[in-house]
Design a protein around this ligand. Structure first.
Ligand SMILES: Cc1cc2nc3c(=O)[nH]c(=O)nc-3n(C[C@H](O)[C@H](O)[C@H](O)COP(=O)(O)OP(=O)(O)OC[C@H]3O[C@@H](n4cnc5c(N)ncnc54)[C@H](O)[C@@H]3O)c2cc1C
Length: 328
């Protein structure tokens, strides 16, 4: 049976969030030949529309309105629910980014549908039934869910699904007139927005590659080696709690149970022992590489590749080699 799938395209600055394209092949699978429509929301979207055209969607609705200038989940959800209803969608698919997770719940409420976030596998089980899988308890357990009913909201984990190649033909875009939003949904005002980014690098929780440093670096100035390795790979920088507690790096970079959960294609742990609370934040990573001088360190039990050796020798050599191979 074919379905109508509405894919939410998340804006990121003048372009599309890196995780949004990953939803398109998933949508195609779920649609089983049915139409896959994109929806882009915000204000002054003209610069973003060009990047949306390359996503390989059947068409993209552009919801451009002053009321959507600030990313207010409840206001967005009101509009998304209206678009889902008017396109006859039975699935709303989005990325499980920080905003996506908040949005998924709000859409579920506005559209009377079940929602699930952080999904790593999705399959159709019948006309009104979808099977989904996700990791829970910091990656230590796998949960399988059946979402039944005529409407579902599904948020997929960034980097869990392969991004598609370039689209054969540009997707047609069309302005979509935004319905009036009840004032109560617009009541929250953002008074400040200061992204806590790792110096110019990608955002930690959705990065494709993460390089994290731990106490094994011995002193705050040595953490620059981790920054350099990350830069050579265009990776985000993370840290163990030992590092953030010591004030070597801000708490926003902490990875683990009480920090951020990451799910990159590649996680490199430098001088990190692999305490259970750290592992809780990294177990959804596709490939884990550990560099640690202690061959008994618990990080090696979860690492796909390990280098048992002195990070002060290995990390600079690795960075130099990556630079050489990448020609930069
Ligand atoms: C409630 C609670 C919540 C917590 N939440 C988190 C969390 O969210 N995230 C988190 O990270 N931690 C968390 N922790 C702390 C966690 O238990 C560990 O203490 C912490 O992760 C240790 O950080 P580390 O691996 O950097 O340091 P260490 O455990 O001290 O490990 C340093 C490692 O560096 C290696 N090393 C030393 N010198 C070298 C060298 N020259 N070359 C290579 N390797 C070297 C050592 O062999 C060692 O394995 C939490 C703890 C509690 C109790």
């Amino acid at each position: 049976v074919s379905r109508v799938v509405l894919v939410l395209v998340e804006r990121s600055g003048p372009g599309v969030a890196p995780s949004s394209p990953e939803a398109v092949p998933v949508a195609r699978t779920l649609a089983e030949g049915g139409p896959v429509t994109g929806l882009l929301l915000g204000r002054d979207l003209a610069p973003v529309v060009e990047s949306v055209k390359g996503l390989g969607l059947d068409r993209v609705l552009i919801a451009d309105a002053a009321t959507l200038e600030l990313p207010r989940a409840v206001a967005y959800a009101h509009v998304i629910a209206a678009a889902a209803t008017s396109t006859g969608a039975s699935v709303v698919l989005l990325s499980s980014t920080v905003f996506g997770r908040e949005l998924a719940g709000a859409i579920a409420a506005a559209w009377d549908a079940p929602a699930s976030t952080g999904l790593t596998e999705i399959a159709s089980k019948g006309p009104d039934s979808i099977l989904a899988t996700r990791r829970v308890f910091g990656g230590r357990a796998i949960e399988r869910l059946t979402l039944a009913g005529p409407r579902v909201v599904l948020a997929i984990r960034p980097n869990a699904f392969p991004a598609p190649g370039p689209a054969a033909a540009p997707s047609p875009t069309e302005p979509w007139s935004v319905p009036e939003i009840p004032p109560a949904l617009l009541a929250g005002e953002r008074t400040e927005f200061a992204p806590a980014r790792s110096e110019g690098g990608p955002e930690l929780s959705s990065a494709t590659i993460v390089v994290s440093g731990g106490r094994g670096l011995k002193a705050p100035e040595n953490f620059a080696m981790v920054d350099e390795l990350a830069r050579s790979l265009d990776a985000a920088v993370g840290a163990s709690r030992a590092v953030t507690d010591a004030g070597w790096r801000p708490g926003s970079l902490q990875v683990g149970q009480t920090g951020k959960s990451v799910s990159p294609q590649l996680y490199i742990a430098v001088g990190i022992s692999g305490a259970i609370q750290h592992l809780a934040g990294i177990m959804s990573s596709r490939v884990i590489v550990a560099i640690n001088s202690d061959p008994q360190a618990p990080i090696f039990r979860v690492a796909d590749y390990g280098i048992a050796g002195d990070l002060f020798q290995i990390v600079p050599a690795l960075t130099a080699e990556i630079r050489r191979v990448r020609g930069r």
